[in-house]
Design a protein around this ligand. Structure first.
Ligand SMILES: C[S@@+](CC[C@H](N)C(=O)[O-])C[C@H]1O[C@@H](n2cnc3c(N)ncnc32)[C@H](O)[C@@H]1O
Length: 510
């Protein structure tokens, strides 16, 4: 069967919110039982080339992963990565998800990212059926989809692009021409400053940062159906599934809204489904990553401080795309903008607050356990008491609700320094064969723009010292005459800087 992903493969990516430890954070916060991530059995539906679960399998060696995808080209690529890395707790199958049956067994986590909106309705039904039939007792399914009302505006762009290329057969030409058409609209708008003009300009800006395979599959393919949250929730009922939560925990509550808005939202929403739907209206939400579980489970969504005393934490702002932002900028931004209006001034002067943030950015890229944050603060504060630990837990809760920090359930094997024989993650070294972006141990992507970085990465394997890596780099110089002009000292500095970037970005492992 013709699969458009065989012709135009999707770029293999790690999606942080799909990592099973991020999924498990939601029941962890609600104090609801969930399968142990370290020993879980995991299925990814529509896994592309398997990059997402390959990186998870590397970080959780005692869990087992199965990925299926209908694209033979992508699965073959993934199987090559498995054999190059030797990662053995992952299997990838070229298979239609309509063919998933009881022979697959049951799974503790089922991930289906970027598929649900992009397939016909009978396949969507099958996705929910698989979740219902193949999830273990306390199992959790993750399904992402394009959401309304936000996606409505993008579907308008999609319809215009599809109209323009309706007679073109060649995929690359279709993508090229659809972008050209949007540029034409953007440059010849009747009223460039009205809301339509602003939206078209914003979309052009967004697409200018997108890869051509993303544009092709998102804007030009036949299926792309967005849903209101309430429509998605309604479709769960016949499959005996229920909504558990959203991977973006901060979006599940209304505490960021002004008090008046909070009060009205509370008044018009008699349950979590209504509340989330109204908040999607206010936010004009366009994408959701929802978690599901069997509907025979009792769910309470009270969040106490207890889980905060057991978790690991990182500053989420460090994932910001702005490479010019220094840790100091981020630290000061948090101090300035923490959203506790009444206490804002006072908070800046509370040493516990400042030391907690300080401990997170000093330990970056490591995840920091609550106990280690407390020890850090205790070593810098006079008269530290048990009550201060409660203060720290409350502060971490506020920061999580503001999306300023991330919560984690384990410590990945991230290096704390550039060692004598530095080692980049196995997965990153396999990915660089096909693409410029690699997965890190935070399960996010790191773009390697520099050709030097991409060439030397496979050799940063824990076997070569700095001097050996440097002489490998010198070999590249001999191969490429255009690099001759640069001094050896320049190359050494460049290698040092590269290793330090890999350390900061969580690509080096211990
Ligand atoms: C947009 S891509 C998402 C890939 C990956 N999950 C990600 O987000 O990076 C959609 C994937 O679903 C797969 N797919 C679509 N319909 C399928 C089906 N009926 N059975 C198996 N895979 C399917 C496609 O081959 C493609 O790899």
């Amino acid at each position: 069967m013709d699969n458009p992903y065989d012709r135009i493969p999707y770029l293999g990516r790690s999606h942080q919110q799909t990592h099973i430890e991020k999924i498990a954070c939601i029941p962890f916060l609600f104090d609801i039982p969930f399968p142990d991530v370290h020993h879980a059995r995991v299925l990814e539906l529509g896994c592309g080339d398997g990059s997402n679960i390959l990186n998870m399998a590397y970080s959780l060696p005692n869990a087992t992963f199965v990925g299926i995808d209908g694209s033979e080209v992508q699965i073959t690529r993934g199987q090559e990565s498995i054999s190059i890395t030797g990662i053995s707790n992952l299997e990838l199958f070229h298979c239609d998800l309509l063919d998933v049956d009881s022979s697959f067994g049951t799974f503790d986590y089922i991930i289906c990212h970027g598929v649900y909106s992009w397939v016909p309705s009978h396949v969507r039904k099958t996705i929910l059926q698989i979740c219902s039939q193949r999830l273990s007792t306390n199992g959790i399914a993750y399904i992402s989809y394009n959401a309304l009302p936000g996606w409505r505006m993008y579907s308008m762009v999609r319809e215009m692009m599809r109209y323009h290329v309706r007679h073109i057969r060649e995929d690359h030409k279709k993508t090229e021409q659809s972008i050209a058409m949007l540029q034409f609209v953007g440059q010849h708008l009747v009223d460039p400053v009205d809301s339509y003009g602003a939206f078209i300009r914003e979309t052009m800006e967004h697409l200018s940062h997108s890869t051509s395979e993303y544009i092709f599959h998102e804007y030009l393919e036949e299926n792309n159906q967005a849903f209101y949250f309430h429509e998605f929730i309604d479709s769960l009922e016949e499959h005996n599934l229920q909504y558990l939560g959203n991977t973006d925990f901060n979006t599940m509550n209304n505490l960021h809204f002004p008090e008046e808005t909070q009060n009205i939202l509370d008044e018009i929403s008699n349950n979590i489904h209504n509340l989330e739907q109204y908040m999607d209206f206010l936010r004009c939400r366009r994408f959701r990553c929802d978690l599901l579980t069997h509907n025979n489970r009792e769910l309470a969504r009270e969040v106490t401080l207890n889980p905060f005393t057991k978790g690991y934490f990182t500053l989420s702002a460090f994932h910001a795309q702005d490479e010019n932002l220094t840790p100091k900028d981020i630290f000061e931004d948090i101090l300035e903008n923490i959203f506790i209006e009444s206490q804002q001034k006072a908070l800046k002067d509370i040493p516990i607050f400042a030391h907690t943030i300080q401990s997170l950015f000093e330990h970056w890229p490591q995840y920091v356990h609550f106990d280690d944050i407390c020890s850090y603060v205790q070593n810098r504060t006079m008269d530290f008491s048990q009550g201060d630990k409660v203060e720290i837990a409350a502060l971490l809760q506020t920061l999580l609700l503001r999306n300023t920090i991330d919560l984690h359930l384990f410590q990945p094997k991230i290096a704390t320094e550039v060692s004598h024989r530095p080692c980049a993650s196995l997965v990153a070294r396999a990915q660089i064969r096909y693409q410029f972006s690699i997965s890190n141990q935070h399960h996010t992507m790191v773009a390697l723009k520099d050709i030097w970085m991409r060439k030397i990465l496979p050799y940063i394997d824990g076997k070569h010292t700095f001097e050996e890596l440097f002489s490998i780099m010198q070999g590249f110089v001999h191969e490429d005459p255009s690099l001759h002009e640069q001094e050896a000292s320049f190359h050494k500095a460049k290698l040092r800087e590269f290793l330090s970037i890999l350390l900061q970005k969580g690509v080096l492992v211990s």
